[in-house]
Structure formats: structure tokens, C-alpha cells
Design a protein around this ligand. Sequence first.
Ligand code: TRP
Length: 340
Amino acid sequence: MTATTRTHHAPAPAAGRTVTGRVLTGDRPTGGLHLGHYFGTLANRVRLQQQGCELFVVVADYQVITDRDRPVDLAERRTAMVLDYLACGIDAEASTIFAHSAVPALNQLLLPFLSLVSTGELDRNPTVKEEIRTADRSSVNGLMLTYPVHQAADILFCKAELVPVGKDQLPHLELTRSIARRFNERYGPVFGLPEGLLGAAGILLGLDGRKMSKSLGNGIALTDCPDQVAAKVRAARTDSERRISYEPTRRPEVATLLTLAGLCLDEDPASVAGRIGTGGAAELKRVVTESVNTLLEPIRIRRAGYGAADAERVLRRGAERAREIADATLVEVNAAMRMG
Ligand code: TRP
């Protein structure tokens, strides 16, 4: 944890800050959200909203094209993502849910921001490096290297104070803070410095022990039905020791499952292990399946109450509000830069 980051368990505001300010976060609409997203940031979003924060959620459609060379049906992906949000309990009336592509002034901020970062800095971003490694392509496109700067525009256009994210997003947040600081130094004070808020999970591992990820197909999606959850958990690797114990280094597969159950039950993984005792892998898997399904049940029920038309309405309304704010910020930025 860095000095600029708070955790789920430390909800007290940092010195001099209120938590009722603006909160911005977002996701790439590359497929359904999974439990890694849920524990990484979705749960925090709902909690912050309940505390009275003004929540902004960006459906990061421009980030989808960082690593694909074929067209994707982005409109359909956006709708599915918004349904995931509504299902998790994000209140669409109180929050602003919008897509990158619907807010021109946000995208325009990318240009001055690009001038504030060095190519070396972009090359060194560990999250981007990892994405380049897993994409395994013969060449790297320019957006792959620069999307973190675009992400800074997502955060700064609305002057968000708090950014609930998974740990892998912290390099982008550091870059955002550098851009804000450098802009202010060069042109005068326009931006505050946003802080990150890490979820309970850090990075939740997938059922194969690698980071839970849509592209690796090792996660439990929020839309998985009880049987799909059971099948995925059944297929997860364990070991043959009867007594279940939480030992992440010696028994990583078992620890991954205990962590997942612990998060769903809001219980320490070691205590989940204690309850299972000598029940072995079968009992462990039963507990994991049941705890995941209990967590997902209200999410499934809420989702069933919404349709594509609701999602589209939410996006339209969000875009209007985001445009108003982005336009105002761009006016301020242009004035500071003596362009306006
Ligand atoms: N990069 C984030 C992800 O892959 C999505 C994202 C886009 C985001 N813009 C953001 C997250 C702004 C936080 C703040 O999940």
C-alpha cells in the first residue's frame, strides 16, 4: 500500500479530505464483470455511494481497442456492463454512468496531458508491460502505451478525489497524479490530486491460481448461474491433504479457494479453513460454491429486473451530465493554457 492509497478496512478520510466528494472509477467493457471486479472495486463503489459520495463510472470503451485488431460490438458490451452495475446495486439515479466515446471534451484532454509525460515513463508502466506480455503480439500500438494518459483524463475531467481500483491500476493513478501536478505547475492550479482506494481483495486470484481475468477465462462471472459456479469450483485444483489449512505459500490452490470463500462470507480465510477442518477438498469446494452462490443470489435477482432499454437510458443520462462537466473543465484548461 502506498501513502496515497487507502484500503477497504480504513474508510476514514485522509487528512483534510471529505469522503463526500467525487468518486470516479470504471471498467473496460470487454465481457462480463467477475468476482475479481466485485471485490476489487464494485463493492467499494456501492459502499461509497451509500455514504453519500457523488459516483462517476466510466464504461471505458476506448480502452477496449488497445489490444484487439478486429471490430467488437462495443454498444452491446456497454449495455451488458451497465446491467452488471445495476445488478450490483449501483444507483443509476444518484450516479453518473457514461461511456468514453460519448464525451468529446474528456477525450480532448488527452492532448495536453500527453505533453506532460515522457515516453520513458509510458514504457515503464508495469501494468501496461504485463498487458503487452499477455497480449503476445508482434507489435505494440500507440494506444496501448498511452491509454493510461487517457485514463488520467477520465479521472481529472470531473476532478475526482477518490478512485476505487484494483491494485493493478495503481501505476495509472500515480501517473494521473503526476499529470495533475505537472499541469498545475506549468499552467496554474486547476486539478486536485486524486487518491486511490483499494478493495478488500487486492488482486483476487482466478481458480487456476493466476490473476482472475476475463481474457484468461479463469474467473466466476457475476452472471454465472449456480450450476456454472459449482462446475467451475469443482474443476479448480486442490491437493490431497484432508486437513484444510490456509497456507498460501505451501498450498496456493487451497489458499485461493479459502480466500474466495472468506471474501464472500466476510470472514478470515484461516477461520474458514478451521471450520472445514478435516473435511478435505470436497467439503472445501462445497463451502466455496455455497458462499459464492449466496453472494451472487441478490445480484442475480436485481439483474432480472432490468433490460437493455434501462441500460441505454442510464448511459444517455450519464453522458449528458458527464459532457456538461467535461466541457466546463476543458474551458478551464484552455484558459489556463491561454488557448481559450
Ligand atoms: N483500466 C481500467 C481497467 O482495465 C478501467 C478504467 C478506465 C478505469 N478508466 C478508469 C479505472 C478510470 C479507474 C479510473 O479495469
